[in-house]
Write a protein that binds this ligand. Structure first.
Ligand SMILES: *[C@@H]1O[C@H](CO)[C@@H](O)[C@H](O)[C@H]1NC(C)=O
Ligand SMILES: *[C@@H]1O[C@H](CO)[C@@H](O)[C@H](O)[C@H]1NC(C)=O
Ligand SMILES: *[C@@H]1O[C@H](CO)[C@@H](O)[C@H](O)[C@H]1NC(C)=O
Ligand SMILES: *[C@@H]1O[C@H](CO)[C@@H](O)[C@H](O)[C@H]1NC(C)=O
Ligand SMILES: *[C@@H]1O[C@H](CO)[C@@H](O)[C@H](O)[C@H]1NC(C)=O
Ligand SMILES: *[C@@H]1O[C@H](CO)[C@@H](O)[C@H](O)[C@H]1NC(C)=O
Ligand SMILES: *[C@@H]1O[C@H](CO)[C@@H](O)[C@H](O)[C@H]1NC(C)=O
Ligand SMILES: *[C@@H]1O[C@H](CO)[C@@H](O)[C@H](O)[C@H]1NC(C)=O
Ligand SMILES: *[C@@H]1O[C@H](CO)[C@@H](O)[C@H](O)[C@H]1NC(C)=O
Ligand SMILES: *[C@@H]1O[C@H](CO)[C@@H](O)[C@H](O)[C@H]1NC(C)=O
Ligand SMILES: *[C@@H]1O[C@H](CO)[C@@H](O)[C@H](O)[C@H]1NC(C)=O
Ligand SMILES: *[C@@H]1O[C@H](CO)[C@@H](O)[C@H](O)[C@H]1NC(C)=O
Length: 466
């Protein structure tokens, strides 16, 4: 490898040189160029030019991918036979394979990693993540192209902020390239999309919510992958996505990270929340196995654009992500117009909100759809649930799932009460952008077996709790 000098290193040396009077050069005289090795090319992609709902012919294929289905659900079992075997004494229990190398671990025997899916579970999970990377790539470009410089500046987003959004789009090219390489020739391609937003603040809120389920959808399956090598690469991309989510919160004037733990959710929840915003995919697009649950609308979804964000009625641009609408926010109710600390919600590194967006004990009004509705690319997937009539709201946040009963159920609407739960003392669990699902059962699940809840899930939404 060709050598090179950095001017910072030289400057540091010269500083030392002056103070201790050792004779060394004080200025770099030459720049030694460094020719990089072969640069891997990006996956083929383009700027999607058409946006909006799908208006084409009926799809040529419908429904999720499927093979022979062996049982309606996976039975719950007690912990495996070895689950308690390891003795947590802090001492070593086995010979070491090499110096400084404790025995155990996955894929630590020296076999070369090949970064390929090892199962349908792996392939379908990574393919879902790729659909997500593609929408983000388009969404970030679309926002920059659709809204004017004045539109952005009016809500406090500068040229430097817009460059950051552009850079996020570039990151998505990298992620889409990585995942396409892992999946091989049948990797899902870029689609066309339909976004439920009509101004910059709705765009930023939608990005904040979309990256929430993008991030959480991957955490949910990461440690279940058969291929640990694939998991490592995916983690390295999703950590970037996590930063994007936080930056969109900052652009929105929200507290950047109001939780101690980021939540992970099942693939079918992520696909449920993603699919409504894909209008069509190319012919022969690789399809997914995941479930599309019916829509859940939060009628008093807290609105971060308001000073009193919890005092709202029907202020979203639609169900599923329940993205904020600014349409009915009067100027004297608009937090971006204030410069009072605790009220001002213009972009910032961090913001306090003296009137919380939501709080334990809040009555939350809900409305949901029946299954059987066409949705997703070319309207070629069909919403489905195997749950009975909904009886509980499941609040899924941080490390916890808590259920509250649905009250006054009439037809497809009801209300419930936001619970008061903490992950650990001092960490109220319901905060940030969280997942709200309707279920027919208050099944006990924990972060690593949350998917066991799916047969009991009726509808899925994002709730803006803080
Ligand atoms: C997409 O558009 C952006 C400008 O918005 C441009 O910088 C970029 O090169 C375009 N990408 C492709 C693949 O055409
Ligand atoms: C979806 O629509 C696109 C564009 O009209 C078409 O090329 C593609 O074949 C359609 N896919 C399905 C599954 O119908
Ligand atoms: C090392 O681990 C890999 C993957 O778990 C396995 O396929 C392989 O047989 C192992 N090799 C040896 C020498 O034990
Ligand atoms: C959410 O977190 C913010 C920031 O820490 C805090 O001010 C707020 O009280 C929290 N909300 C709830 C409901 O705990
Ligand atoms: C889709 O697949 C069919 C059958 O394999 C093939 O005939 C057709 O050319 C493919 N279309 C595209 C756009 O790749
Ligand atoms: C919410 O508003 C939409 C139109 O903005 C309307 O179609 C819908 O009926 C309203 N829902 C409720 C429950 O008020
Ligand atoms: C921000 O909120 C926290 C928690 O409520 C509070 O302790 C702190 O004093 C607030 N800071 C300002 C500047 O309002
Ligand atoms: C929530 O629980 C905490 C801790 O038990 C308590 O201090 C707080 O008052 C409760 N909040 C409500 C609204 O019940
Ligand atoms: C939902 O899926 C189940 C199991 O695959 C199937 O039996 C049922 O017909 C589907 N319902 C709808 C409305 O598509
Ligand atoms: C729930 O139903 C009861 C009895 O019908 C009624 O008194 C109450 O006002 C309802 N609550 C809400 C929030 O609609
Ligand atoms: C939340 O999760 C933590 C960690 O698993 C657990 O200790 C705690 O009991 C849970 N809290 C509730 C209210 O379920
Ligand atoms: C999920 O795991 C917890 C232990 O972490 C267990 O108590 C619970 O029964 C499991 N739930 C199901 C549905 O398997």
């Amino acid at each position: 490898m060709p050598g090179f000098k950095t001017s910072a290193g030289v400057a540091l040396l010269s500083l030392v040189a002056r103070s201790v009077a050792v004779p060394v050069v004080s200025e770099a005289a030459t720049t030694v160029t460094s020719i990089p090795p072969v640069i891997p090319s990006q996956v083929s992609h383009h700027n999607v030019t058409s946006h909006g709902p799908y208006t084409g012919p009926s799809p040529t294929t419908t429904g999720a991918l499927s093979t022979l289905v062996l049982a309606p659900s996976i039975p719950a079992l007690p912990p495996g036979p070895d689950a308690y075997k390891y003795d947590r004494t802090g001492k070593l229990h086995a010979p070491m394979p090499a110096p400084y190398t404790p025995s155990g671990g996955r894929d630590t025997n020296g076999s070369a990693p090949v970064y390929r899916p090892l199962s349908d579970f792996d392939y379908e999970s990574v393919a879902l993540a790729l659909y997500q990377e593609w929408i983000e790539l388009d969404l970030f470009h679309w926002g920059l192209a659709t809204f004017s410089v004045e539109d952005f500046e009016k809500v406090g987003l500068t040229a430097e902020d817009r460059f950051l959004i552009e850079f996020m789009a570039d990151q998505e090219v990298g992620h889409a390239t990585l995942l396409s390489n892992i999946l091989g020739p049948h990797a899902p391609k870029q689609c066309t999309y339909n976004y439920p937003v009509s101004n910059v603040r709705e765009f930023i809120d939608f990005c904040q919510k979309l990256t929430r389920f993008g991030e959480s959808g991957v955490y949910g399956f990461l440690e279940h992958l058969n291929a640990g090598d694939v998991g490592t690469l995916l983690l390295q991309s999703i950590s970037t996505e996590a930063r994007q989510q936080m930056i969109f919160r900052q652009f929105e004037g929200l507290f950047p990270m109001p939780v101690w733990f980021e939540v992970g959710v099942p693939q079918s929840w992520a696909w449920t929340l993603l699919a409504p915003y894909i209008s069509s995919c190319p012919a022969n697009q690789t399809r997914l196995v995941w479930q599309n649950f019916p829509d859940l609308r939060i009628l008093n979804q807290p609105n971060p654009a308001r000073i009193d964000g919890s005092n709202v009625w029907n202020e979203t641009t639609g169900g599923y992500t329940n993205t904020l609408s600014t349409q009915d926010v009067e100027p004297d109710q608009d937090c971006i117009k204030s410069d009072v600390v605790g009220i001002n919600c213009s972009p910032g590194i961090t913001r306090n909100r003296s009137m919380p967006l939501s709080y334990p004990g809040r009555q939350v009004f809900l409305e949901w759809d029946e299954p059987g509705k066409p949705i997703g690319p070319n309207n070629s997937y069909i919403t489905n649930t195997t749950a009975g009539p909904p009886a509980f709201a499941g609040w899924v946040s941080q490390l916890n799932v808590t259920y509250t009963p649905l009250m006054n159920v009439t037809g497809n609407s009801a209300y419930t009460i936001q619970p008061n739960m903490s992950t650990f003392a001092g960490d109220p669990a319901v905060n940030g952008t969280i997942f709200l699902v309707l279920t027919d059962l208050d099944l006990y699940v924990t972060p690593y077996n949350l998917t066991m809840l799916n047969p009991h899930v009726y509808a899925v939404a994002l709730y803006q709790s803080g």
